[in-house]
Design a protein around this ligand. Structure first.
Ligand code: ATP
Length: 333
């Protein structure tokens, strides 16, 4: 079984689709797959109540719109599975603080403080950020995951989950033990990152994203605003230097991409024309999807029932794992 966690920290964008959503959904062909919205992970940074709810809903609606089938998989919100949080405490008690000191996100926060000359290297670090590798370990272990598809930068988390399960099994696991997971790095991960409207990696932190379900007028404006050089229309252009072309490559048919490449390289085709083609391509793909997304994201939609049913299925898997851990530590004897 393969587990994918989705952190709802913003409006999903085209880069998320190509780099994360599409490859994760493709895994259903090979593995029994479980997906969850890691909303309590997002709480380490989100401080706005309305935003918290909106992001969770929009991320859930996005994944279903793009092909996640809640009948064929288990799809739930982390915060709907209380068993996770009890097991998090149990596993916190068998995890060395040193391991957490070495976690990437915590170390990165301290490095940022050191660079800015802060006297306290832990300034701005909450205990959620410090402990979240344990919560993530539990997300993985409580579902009995075999593999966790991750990018290279996330491998440490799966290794931590394996380490923490190993400690627990060593200390308490004579009759009951946690399944040790492994990281799965999907082929091609990290090979290409999609650029954003300013040419840098498309990323919410840079404010250069093209949101997946932006209304047509906003989509058109964003596509037109993609940075391009000032080569005149009639002159030959280098498509590979163009952010718009790199985005186009991911969404147009291979024939259309080839055709556009030739036209740009020959000269006589301007960046404006490429952007129009990109907009038309995105719009054709997104029009039916946007309607489905709008339906799902609306308050009171079927999304609530989908997530509630998913939570029940997830809890059915989580309960025996927690019960086993409780018995193993002796709290139930
Ligand atoms: P933030 O700026 O908050 O870090 P982000 O916009 O960079 O956010 P994440 O939420 O960090 O996006 O990314 C979620 C997933 O989407 C990751 O697995 C990442 O690999 C993928 N992803 C994000 N941006 C891109 C991109 N520009 N190209 C390809 N994949 C991307």
């Amino acid at each position: 079984m393969s587990l994918t966690g989705i952190k709802p920290t913003g409006e999903p964008h085209l880069g998320n689709y190509i780099g994360a959503i599409r490859p994760a959904l493709e895994l259903t062909a090979t593995y029994e797959s479980i997906y969850f919205i890691a909303d309590y992970h997002a709480l380490t940074s989100i401080r706005d109540r309305a935003q918290f709810a909106t992001y969770t809903r929009s991320v859930a609606a996005t994944w279903i719109t793009l092909g996640l089938d809640p009948e064929q998989t288990i799809f739930y919100k982390q915060s709907d599975v209380p068993e996770i949080f009890e097991l998090t405490w149990i596993l916190s008690c068998v995890t060395g603080k040193g391991l957490m000191n070495r976690a990437h996100a915590y170390k990165a926060a301290r490095d940022r403080n050191a660079e800015s000359g802060a006297a306290d290297l832990d300034a701005g670090v909450n205990m959620g950020l410090f402990n979240y590798p344990i919560l993530m370990a539990v997300d993985i272990l409580i579902m009995g995951s075999d593999v966790v598809p991750v990018g290279q930068d996330q491998v440490q988390h799966v290794e931590y989950a394996a380490d923490i399960a190993g400690s627990f099994n060593h200390l308490f696991g004579s009759e009951y033990s946690l399944k040790i997971p492994t990281a799965l790095i999907p082929a091609g991960t990290g090979a290409r990152t999609m650029p954003g409207t300013d040419g840098r990696k498309m990323s919410k932190s840079y404010g250069n994203t093209i949101p997946l379900f932006a209304p047509p007028s906003r989509l058109r404006k964003l596509v037109r605003g993609i940075v391009s050089d000032s080569t005149p229309v009639e002159e030959p252009k280098d498509p590979d230097s163009s952010a718009a072309f790199q985005i186009y490559e991911n969404f147009a048919t291979p024939d259309d991409v080839k055709d556009m490449r030739v036209r740009l390289e020959q000269g006589g085709t301007g960046w404006g024309e490429l952007k129009n083609a990109l907009y038309e391509t995105l719009e054709a793909w997104l029009t039916p999807l946007r309607a489905r997304y709008d339906e799902l994201v609306a308050p009171g939609s079927e999304l609530d029932a989908i997530l509630a049913a998913g939570a029940e299925k997830a809890r059915d898997r989580a309960r025996p794992v927690l019960a086993g851990a409780r018995r193993a530590i002796g709290v139930d004897s």
